[in-house]
Design a protein around this ligand. Sequence first.
Ligand code: PEP
Ligand code: MG
Length: 592
Amino acid sequence: MEILKAIAASPGIAMGPVFLLNAKRIKTIKRKVAASDIPGEQERLEQAVSEVERQLRRLISELPEEVKEHSNILRSHILMLRDRMVYDKAVRFIEDRRINAEWAVDLVLEAIKSLFSKVRDSYIRERLDDVSFVVNKVKGVLAGTETRLDLSSVDEPVIIVARNLSPADTLHISKEKVLGFVTELGSRTSHTAILARSLGIPAVVGLENVTSRCLSGETMIVDGLKGQVIIEPDKTILSEYGLRQENYLKYRLEVVRNSNLPAETTDGYRVRVMANMELVEEIPIVIQHGAEGVGLFRTEFLYMTSRILPTEDELFLAYKEVVERLKPYPVTIRTLDIGGDKLASDLCCGEEMNPALGLRAIRFCLHEKGLFRSQLRAILRASAFGQLRLLFPMVSGKSEMVEVKRLLSTIMDELEAEGRPFNRAIKTGIMIEVPSAVLTADILAREADFFSIGTNDLVQYSLAIDRVNEAVCHLYEPLHPGVLRMIKIAVDSGHRENIEVGMCGEMAGEPLYVPILLGMGLDELSMNAMAIPKAKKIIRQSNQEECARFVAELLSLDSARHIKERAIKFFRDNYPPDMETTDFLEFGIGLG
Ligand code: PEP
Ligand code: MG
């Protein structure tokens, strides 16, 4: 028996025989070619890309009904195939370096990997998996090898163990044949993990060397709650897990059944629980999990998947779809948070010494007014089709908001003159994620209709901890007294000016922090959809006045360690443990 631990990508428990997917690594045959062979190699590349395009289109047309929603992912793969950084670059490599198509494609992947390694945003970094998938498919066609997952030989349900599963493979997984999966690559935000969650298939990802640690036919347990994998479990463990599986199914049924209950504390304090999302295909999960709207719609994705800048109409149609499908709930669209190290593409203006402190988000948009205008016009046009709110990232002081509002008002006049419908009374919000915004929150509150605290960045900027630098990430601590004070100032300043204050950083969805945020008096918590049922359950079990007294006590403590210990004790004393909280109470998982 072997117990291994990695990333819990999709909750649930699966037990069954391993189906080991020995992904043949496609060996790249690297060849220098004569000048006269260059057009021939470029033609081979074109043929291979067209073939992959055809395969992807066929996959889209064959998608089973329950995953049709996700065809966008495959469509984005088709776009990536023809991306300037992929296709044009490979064509150029063949010519400039006089190499064969396989080698050129390999070089393209290396170049993209090195670019992506500098990206700070984990969601965007994960898109590297999609690019790799697309490029590997082209390599497969060039080498004449089929790379599609084939489960035709499987006659009993299995647990797939693979180095990596492409989103296309995942989309074709049927729940009858696949109990769960484990991969060596991937993270919670990879497409494959998102899809596993929406298909309800337990999954553990990022488990190094798992493909060489087990054999097809061996029994395996996948614990997608703990991120644990057990190979060849003994009888005792098997029966323990049988019970755990039964309990989880009962638990989840009850939690999800109750997810539409209002998020109201025992003393009548009502909090809006919203979802963070980025992809249209997440809409069904958002609705099923009881979200009361979208508190953060990240808009970077469309700028990442398109070879050229998306047009105003493309953006408008995408936003309109989200707003219409989520009606009558509100959708908060955050304007482009790109630039600095958040996007490695032609959009950005060269290397910066301190990208996290560079030309990013609202600064970038105010610098690139044409691009900003087209996004604002698209958002405003979509505002005619549902409840839409606008949110501006990385605002550091009043002058930026004054400029944004001036631009917004000009655009509104333009749209009116063009006779296009939009909501002139659209609510505008400021993300509070820079310390200067916290300290001037009283001033900023007069420039907006609501605040949304972005703790992912606020923690990084308050504590001067780069959130992706492994050397300091242990110091990244949302319960640092400095961070708690910042949140308190932002909430109180907003309320004094009669505007609502929400939170949309990861902190908002962590069970341990929910009582603290209630005690702080937040009006809205926005989180990944899967976290919603549990957060709502905690809210319903809480007493807001008690949480407020608890927060006052926390604010008097002198260190993150003391605050964390006290927070765990409070949670233990007030909330009966369940399958989603035992882990962090026992092992500290999910903390800072
Ligand atoms: C944040 O900073 O907390 C946030 C929600 O924005 P992002 O993670 O996209 O920077
Ligand atoms: Mg942020």
